[in-house]
Design a protein around this ligand. Structure first.
Ligand SMILES: [Zn+2]
Length: 127
């Protein structure tokens, strides 16, 4: 009779050990209590919990995604529209104005960065 009690107690200890291990893994991944999964399903319960997605990692990824979105938003709001020349704005020696689209840009440019007009060619045609 004592033999059966010992075997029963042995099973109980093993179940509890699996319960504790499973609970630990479950909680480390950011879930609630996982003791009973390990207690009832033993090794398979632990395998199941070990294969679960890690909520901490997922939270971290979501946080980073949010931050990235915020960064992109800020960059887009800071983007300055291309400056078109005003009639009363002085054109300095270092700037030139594209004859095609009227965009102000540095004089050393050969090709307009907006419309692709060859600025050198146009300047020579004028002369
Ligand atoms: Zn242009």
């Amino acid at each position: 009779m004592l033999k059966y009690w010992l075997i029963g107690a042995g099973f109980l200890v093993v179940w509890i050990i699996f319960g504790v291990i499973t609970n630990k893994t479950h909680r480390r991944k950011g879930y609630d209590d996982g003791f009973w999964i390990g207690f009832f399903f033993g090794f398979f319960g632990w395998i199941y919990v070990a294969a679960e997605p890690d909520l901490n990692v997922e939270n971290e990824i979501n946080k980073l995604k949010e931050q990235l979105k915020q960064c992109i938003k800020e960059l887009e709001s800071n983007k300055k529209p291309l400056k078109r020349i005003d009639s009363n704005e002085k054109v300095t020696m270092k700037d030139t104005v594209c004859p095609e689209c009227g965009l102000k840009q540095p004089a050393y440019r050969k090709i307009c960065f907006s419309c692709g007009t060859n600025l050198r060619e146009k300047a020579q045609n004028k002369k």
